[in-house]
Design a protein around this ligand. Sequence first.
Ligand SMILES: CC(C)(COP(=O)(O)OP(=O)(O)OC[C@H]1O[C@@H](n2cnc3c(N)ncnc32)[C@H](O)[C@@H]1OP(=O)(O)O)[C@@H](O)C(=O)NCCC(=O)NCCS
Length: 172
Amino acid sequence: MTINIKQCNLEDSRKLQEISYETFNETFKDQNSPEAMNAYLERAFNLKQLEKELSNISSEFFFVYFNNEVAGYLKVNTNDAQSEEMGQESLEIERIYIKNKFQKYGLGKYLLNKAMEIAMERNKKKVWLGVWEKNENAIGFYKKMGFVQTGAHSFYMGDEEQIDFIMTKTLN
Ligand SMILES: CC(C)(COP(=O)(O)OP(=O)(O)OC[C@H]1O[C@@H](n2cnc3c(N)ncnc32)[C@H](O)[C@@H]1OP(=O)(O)O)[C@@H](O)C(=O)NCCC(=O)NCCS
């Protein structure tokens, strides 16, 4: 079993779109209407939008490979790319997704540790993320990884307002 990680660049936009669609669908389609899902997928993962995000120097994407197959991805934001004004001393994990068939093999932890490493290298004081209040699996994972709930914010799935818990881990 080999695990590898690679930072994405602009040329990865289609591959990124593919895995973004696939993992978002797998994670949320059972609990959301097709209309809301389609609206979100179209808005968040159209190629133009992904290319814009890949070109932002304050956002970084990584693919994780399991035996040479793309198994998941990570997106982290700093500075103004963060979805909330958390300031220069924070790093946001905006997306961390492992395909269903590769879950529970330690890949989520591997990506999360990558985000922590980046935060430490850049002398950040905390790492934070927003997670849908109904995403019990991810909340369980983040708690296991030492995150605690520090707030909440609104998130729009299409036109539907949902609540995201904000979870934070302070770095030493
Ligand atoms: C959440 C997610 C990233 C976790 O990744 P994963 O690869 O399945 O988890 P890992 O195998 O790396 O687990 C790491 C540790 O967390 C624990 N863990 C994983 N899921 C857990 C859960 N639901 N509750 C409690 N502990 C959990 C594991 O037991 C493991 O513990 P260990 O270090 O003692 O062995 C993955 O399930 C996923 O991509 N889910 C769908 C997408 C999603 O919801 N993303 C988050 C959006 S905010």
